[in-house]
Design a binder for this molecule. Structure first.
Ligand code: SF4
Ligand code: SF4
Length: 441
């Protein structure tokens, strides 16, 4: 492993000094902002979703109990809070299934974080869950501390239950929706995380409208399932499982949902891929790491203090170290992690470097770059065909929205412009085609 910078005067280099966190000396190479996804139960989950990439990671820690110990929790929170420069620090929990730790662990963790935060620092708590274990007691805690809860739902029950099953292979949608009802009853902020895969890829409108109309979701995150077919569970090999989304279908899914959103929901429903695209069209920094030119500013923390380069690379070659031995900010600033992030840009094949939508796509996530370009160069993203179709399709409306924003107006004005256009009239995007064959689908 590459050496990491060493600092004197670090508050958490050894014995716990007690009291609130103090600003930590920052190596010059430390990112200005970073995220940590903490996994208090490691990869352990009460469900057995067929495409889940976490479950195979159990093999990394044979015989482990997979519960975050008190000293790891305390070091993590202290190191995080003393390293974050922004006034708001996000404390993010995910899994596996983090609620398996029990509500008392989280009550304690929130109290500890509040006692450790620096003067003037505000905390934002987030939790990613499958929702099946949420009770009133849970939701009271989540509401009290204004948690933002991401709940994994893949669409209406028949589509959700295709792969999201429990250890006995039984469907889970009923339990997930019961958990969501509890969240709503307690006024907890929530959003949908929907994975798109072989079973729901051809029903984009059914999925999106169900979230919008039946669940009243206002924030939706779409995640394409690209599951490598190998025995290790690592990002190796170039074959994908039959559950993985098809690249063209992924593009059609995004395009179809986009057209629905454009005419009905801009400004009221937020879809992360569309927000990220708009950021690119206005020249703002990427709002999703997958669309950034470089990455490496979001690490994964395992239950035992091990820190990995990214939640998608929890594998031995990407273990940065353990925060019991090395401060979190030093792991983020380490030459090894900086090289990991820069490689996203530096390994782009020529096909991507010359692509007209590179400014928005940047070759997407390196974990998906295992196919070859038309001229045979390795390193092309498996989802390329889908992203090319999507980004080219949204170009006209994105230009219109970006123009509105530059004029100090609101991007949602675009909704009325597209909703007004008759199907046989020219599409407002300026393509010259009829709306019905363009964005009026
Ligand atoms: S490897 Fe992919 S998911 Fe991880 S930080 Fe980079 S772009 Fe984001
Ligand atoms: S759309 Fe395809 S070619 Fe263009 S940057 Fe993305 S992955 Fe590369």
């Amino acid at each position: 492993m590459a050496p990491v910078p060493v600092h004197l005067g670090r508050r958490d280099d050894g014995d716990d000094p007690g009291g609130p966190a103090m600003p930590a000396p920052r190596p010059l190479t430390a990112p200005a902002q970073f995220h940590v996804l903490a996994k208090p139960t490691g990869p352990i989950c009460n469900l057995d979703c067929e495409y889940c990439f976490f479950l195979s990671k159990e093999a990394l820690y044979p015989g482990d109990r997979f519960r975050m110990a008190e000293d790891v929790l305390e070091r993590y929170l202290r190191q995080l809070l003393e390293s974050i420069e922004a006034p708001v620090a996000t404390v993010a929990w995910q899994g596996g299934e983090p609620t398996l730790m029990g509500v008392d662990f989280f009550r304690h963790a929130v109290g500890l974080a509040e006692s450790l935060k620096r003067p003037g620092q505000r905390l934002e708590h987030t939790l990613q869950t499958n929702g099946t274990l949420l009770t009133d007691e849970w939701c009271e805690l989540l509401a009290e501390h204004r948690f933002l809860v991401g709940i994994s739902i893949d669409g209406p029950p028949a589509l959700h239950d295709a792969y999201r099953v429990d250890k006995r292979g039984a469907p889970t949608s009923e339990r997930v929706l019961r958990g969501l009802e509890r969240l709503k009853a307690h006024g907890v902020d929530w959003n949908v995380l929907c994975t798109v895969h072989a079973a729901n890829q051809d029903q984009p409108l059914e999925v999106y409208r169900w979230f919008r109309d039946e669940l009243a979701a206002t924030h939706i995150q779409l995640i394409p399932v690209v599951e490598r077919d190998n025995d290790t569970g690592f990002q190796e090999g170039d074959r994908v499982t039959a559950r993985s989304v098809d690249p063209e279908a992924w593009g059609r899914f995004l395009v179809t949902v986009f057209d629905e959103w454009l005419r009905h929901d801009v400004g009221t429903v937020f879809v992360t891929h569309f927000d990220a695209a708009l950021a690119s069209w206005v020249g703002a920094p990427a709002s999703l790491c997958i669309f950034g030119e470089t990455c490496g500013d979001a690490v994964a923390l395992e239950h035992n203090g091990d820190v990995y380069s990214c939640d998608h690379f929890v594998e031995p070659d990407h273990l940065l170290g353990n925060l019991r031995d090395t401060h979190l900010v030093d792991l983020l600033a380490s030459p090894r992690q900086r090289a990991f992030g820069a490689a996203k840009r530096d390994t782009l094949p020529r096909h991507c470097r010359e692509c007209d939508v590179r400014f928005a796509c940047h070759g997407e996530c390196p974990k998906n770059r295992f196919t070859t370009t038309p001229d045979g160069e390795p390193g092309l993203n498996y989802l390329c065909a889908g992203y090319e179709a999507f980004f080219r399709h949204v170009d006209g409306p994105m230009r219109l929205m970006a123009d509105l924003l530059r004029q100090g107006r609101f991007a949602d004005e675009v909704r009325a412009i597209f909703a007004r256009a008759g199907r046989n009239e020219p599409c407002p995007c300026g393509s010259g085609r009829k709306a019905k064959a363009c964005h009026g689908g």
